[in-house]
Design a protein around this ligand. Structure first.
Ligand code: ADP
Length: 348
């Protein structure tokens, strides 16, 4: 199922850059809506690729989702859906840890310490914050401080490698700054936190939504990983294109439909379609039909597996419970050190 797998061909990517730390992969995903193709190619595919190769922690960031979602029932449902999606897409819970962010409350404790180390001016430059507010989300303090909680998410497990989409570059940078700042201030001789590296596949970059902007749950422009039938067709057909007439040559590199096709198609198929664009006589309707077929086929097995898993949500909850137990244990080892180093006394 995996197209392009840099880790398999270059295991050195897993080596932690800072000495003294073992390689640990961490990443989170918001349960604020149905997971989409941007989440898959930007992050989940890499999570599935990495999870069995190295110690890793993947969490469903429900605290983060609260920044944009205030419907408790929806949050509960989406949280279980994300777990189902991961398991259906090949995540093996015997090889790694999948859990709910809120099962590790220490993460909010660490983020408080990080608040005190973060200049407001750094958060004010947050691209993701500005984009979300521009898209109509309320500029609540949670949304503003989102990168701090994300930094705590990564560092509390000692994460050294963070597989994310290109849109997260700046947030990982803030996380690296916080790790360095904490170490400098509180543990200069014996750094507590590693400086994590982002793992971003540049050839995926930012997956466009049906309106051509970044595909995002916050923008209602997504194609769901598990969409099928009429719904999938209708979304694919709604992808925005320019109005070049059918018979004219077209540029595949500026086309939203082709940007999605290239993620699914084999190299030969991709080149064949690109040549058809350039030759003319190939319309956007043709390209959309091609894309529809590719998406349907690509996720066929996962769709089937998901249907089976959905019949057994007890199993899914057990996976999350066990993952949470391991996540909490790992988090507490870092939290204990962070409390002690920063002078926070606890008496329990
Ligand atoms: P969303 O913007 O849909 O809420 P999240 O913030 O939950 O997505 O992101 C989960 C992961 O998916 C992150 O690693 C993010 O970089 C990645 N991701 C989200 N949207 C895209 C996209 N359009 N293209 C590439 N990666 C994406």
């Amino acid at each position: 199922m995996l197209k392009n797998s840099p880790i398999q061909s270059n295991p050195a990517l897993l080596k932690p850059p800072s000495t003294g730390f073992k390689p640990i992969v961490v990443s989170g995903i918001q349960p604020s809506g149905t997971l989409h193709l941007g989440n898959y190619f930007g992050a989940i595919r890499q999570h599935v690729e990495l999870h069995a190769a190295v110690e890793s922690y993947f969490f469903i960031v429900n605290y983060h989702a609260l920044t944009s979602l205030s419907d408790a029932k929806a949050l509960r449902n989406y949280s279980v859906d994300v777990a189902l999606d991961y398991l259906a897409l090949g995540f093996d819970p015997t090889k790694s840890n999948l859990f709910l962010q809120s099962d590790v409350p220490q993460v909010t404790e660490l983020s408080w310490i990080f608040y005190t180390l973060t200049p407001v001016s750094q958060l004010e430059k947050g691209v993701s914050f500005k984009d979300k507010v521009a898209a109509g989300l309320t500029a609540n303090a949670g949304l503003f401080n989102y990168p701090i909680l994300q930094a705590a998410d990564i560092l509390i497990y000692g994460g050294t490698l963070v597989p994310v989409g290109a849109d997260q570059k700046q947030n990982v940078e803030i996380c690296r700054d916080l790790a360095a700042r904490f170490n400098e201030r509180f543990s200069p001789d014996n750094p507590i936190f590693p400086i994590p590296e982002p793992y971003i596949l540049e050839d995926v970059a930012v997956v466009p939504g049906v309106d051509g902007r970044k595909m995002s749950k916050s923008y209602s422009n997504t194609i769901g990983i598990f969409d099928e039938g009429k719904e999938l067709k209708q979304k694919v057909m709604s992808i925005v294109t320019d109005s070049t007439p059918l018979e004219d040559p077209k540029d595949p590199d500026t086309c939203n439909v082709f940007a999605l096709i290239r993620l699914f198609a084999s190299d030969e198929k991709r080149d064949e379609i690109a040549a058809a664009y350039r030759a003319g006589g190939y319309g956007y309707g043709h390209a959309k039909k091609e894309l529809l077929g590719l998406v349907t086929e690509y996720f066929a097995d996962a769709r089937e597996k998901r249907r089976e898993l959905a019949k057994n949500t007890d199993f899914v909850m057990d996976v999350l419970r066990e993952g949470g137990r391991k996540g909490r244990a790992q988090a507490e080892t870092f939290m204990e050190k962070a409390r002690a180093a920063s002078g926070l006394i606890t008496t329990y």
